[in-house]
Design a protein around this ligand. Sequence first.
Ligand code: FES
Ligand SMILES: [Fe+2]
Length: 358
Amino acid sequence: MENSFRISNDIASAETLTSNFYTDDDVFESSKETIFARSWQLITHTKNLKKHNQFPFTFLDGFMNEPLVLTQQNDEINCFSNVCTHRAHLVCLESCDSSILRCRYHGRTFELDGTMKAMPGFENVKNFPSQKDNLDSISTLIWKDFIFVSLNNKVDINSVLADADHRLQGYEFDKLVFDKTQSTEYIIDSHWALYCENYLEEFHIPFVHKGLTKDIILDEYQTILLENGVLQTAICSDGEDAISLSDSAPDSDKKMYAYYYWIFPNLMLNFYAWGLSINIIEPLEKSKTRIKYLTYTLPHKKQPNTDGTDVGTIEMEDQAVVQSVHQGINSRYYETGRYSAKYETGVHHFHKIITKSL
Ligand code: FES
Ligand SMILES: [Fe+2]
């Protein structure tokens, strides 16, 4: 299909992505291959492979529905197709600890590196086993103990991650602890990309987030475009909630309130003084999106949660505007808009990456 979406490189003359990107069934369907199969998805933390060395999961459950399994052997983590090479039963059905993968349908076994090990009843089968009988291997990437996987590995996210490594020197990544009580999932009535667009601009902050507006110096808010990513930074209005960084970090002389990293297409890593909040924006349907909302806290640090500046309140404020935009984008009277050249460089960057991918 010829991609008819174009975004001018010059934000001052550009028009936004046309509404059929959000409303057309074929565009949504083809985004599985053009955007999501190529992308890196954050799956879990290495801690979740400490107890069980086999970790089955579904890549973009409800959308791509690809059954995969992570395995750990010594210190090596790998990912494989979780589909048995015999007749396609799923191999690993739940997290477990075992030195082999065993399919329960007819007993085929695999090594933790995906190689077929044994198969009963195949004594007279010719040219068996072959390469085809091994589990397909899936690309993995581990950053700060977070495990990412990609089906096609076509979106390079190394420079975004390197940017975070550089700016967040001294951030206590190894002390982050998953906080189940502050983690949840939301299903919203919106196209996934609208959620990302809202995240990528500061323009709405004074209109939508009154609480947050008090906590940060809006005039010093910055949006930095990266390869397959965007970083937004906010500075504290008072020093209380400043992120502690080492002296070698580029912003060590500033009272940093937050680093908001977005990684194309659907991952948000929000670093605060109290810890890390992660949003993974998963398409379900054109008009339905799951937001995985994960909280990792640093020891002895607490999220502010009294005066409308906690991340839960901000999340609700964002979801409300995103769902309103979704209604509007489906209107026959809306096709495209213009960008604020001052405040919407992140959205423009996102739209350009999308049109290049399609
Ligand atoms: S499908 Fe797995 S052994 Fe038959
Ligand atoms: Fe917002």
